[in-house]
Design a protein around this ligand. Structure first.
Ligand code: SF4
Ligand code: SF4
Length: 79
């Protein structure tokens, strides 16, 4: 399973990660900071990690390394 961690101590609350995620994995939490709401939908595209100005997001590329699987542009399994 792909895992995305957000280190909230480093987060400035710009919410850029929520805007950039193509699969709506992230949502604004009650404290105004992002939270991982639909982790199972994350397809390991790295957009959130790359766009975060505070380097607060870490995407673990488990899904991409599952043996025998072939993934497309957004990490979606083919065939
Ligand atoms: S892009 Fe980074 S700094 Fe901005 S809200 Fe998301 S985790 Fe926080
Ligand atoms: S890696 Fe891609 S799909 Fe996963 S939370 Fe970040 S932007 Fe969304």
């Amino acid at each position: 399973m792909t895992i995305t961690n957000i280190t909230l101590q480093h987060c400035t609350g710009c919410l850029r990660c929520i805007e950039i995620c193509p699969l709506d994995v992230l949502r604004e939490g009650p404290n105004g900071l992002p939270e991982i709401k639909y982790q199972e939908d994350c397809q390991c595209c790295y957009l959130c990690e790359l766009q975060c100005p505070s380097d607060a997001i870490y995407v673990l590329p488990d899904r991409a390394y599952e043996p025998g699987n072939v993934y497309g542009k957004w990490g979606i399994k083919k065939g």
